[in-house]
Design a protein around this ligand. Structure first.
Ligand code: GRF
Length: 202
């Protein structure tokens, strides 16, 4: 399966996916990386590994719809089968998420449905949670609301602050995302009637 990754920043999850797909037995290959800003660090990292990169930015487009259309056109040109959002900080339009339904996934740094949105680590600490984690989900029009494919949990320790907790979560994100993408690429995780259906995973 041909995978395109969308990023906004450093792209550490992108790196984890590039690493995992480097295994010839892995059922997907990264055929492109798209950033919403030209100075996203991940672009140069991907380019250095001979992966096609492009910035599709708000500044270059009249409005959000035009930007999403440009994204869609680029994804078609790259013949993307699956799109992975990885630290992509923009909301995609309902038209886009409907068109790519079932082939568009995202990683979010919380145990959804808890803590949708931003500042998830601060919020988990503030609520006195004892576990936290990350979720990979199909993307729908509802921000961080799509059907969950896979999750990983980490403990919240007494001396944690947002940075130590974020680092612990990020470590398991890098393990979870390649696992979740594999399930989607193998057809073992599918979106049906708005739900994530898993099969052949024991
Ligand atoms: C990560 O916490 C990820 O969960 C969220 O964006 C953050 C940065 O990701 N989506 P990355 O290092 O750019 O992959």
């Amino acid at each position: 399966k041909r995978v395109v990754i969308l990023i906004s920043g450093r792209g550490s999850n992108m790196n984890a996916l590039i690493e995992a797909t480097g295994d010839p037995a892995y059922p997907a290959e990264i055929v492109g990386v798209i950033a919403d800003n030209a100075d996203a660090k991940g672009l140069s990292v991907a380019a250095a590994q001979d992966i096609e990169t492009v910035a599709i930015t708000k500044a270059d487009h009249a409005d959000k719809a035009a930007m999403d259309e440009a994204l869609d056109a680029k994804l078609k040109e790259l013949r993307a089968d699956i799109v992975c959002l990885a630290g992509y900080m923009r909301l995609l339009s309902p038209a886009f998420t409907e068109k790519w339904a079932g082939r568009l996934i995202n990683i979010h740094p919380s145990l959804l449905p808890l803590f949708k949105g931003l500042d998830t680590h601060e919020r988990a600490l503030k609520e006195g949670m004892r576990i936290h984690g990350c979720s990979v989900h199909f993307v729908t029009a509802e921000m961080d609301g799509g059907p969950i494919i896979a999750q990983a949990a980490v403990p919240i320790l007494p001396n944690d602050d947002a940075d130590t907790l974020a680092a612990r979560v990020l470590g398991v994100e890098h393990q979870l995302y390649p696992l979740a993408l594999r399930l989607v690429a193998e057809g073992k995780a599918r979106m049906e009637n708005g739900r994530a259906v898993l099969s052949g995973v024991g």
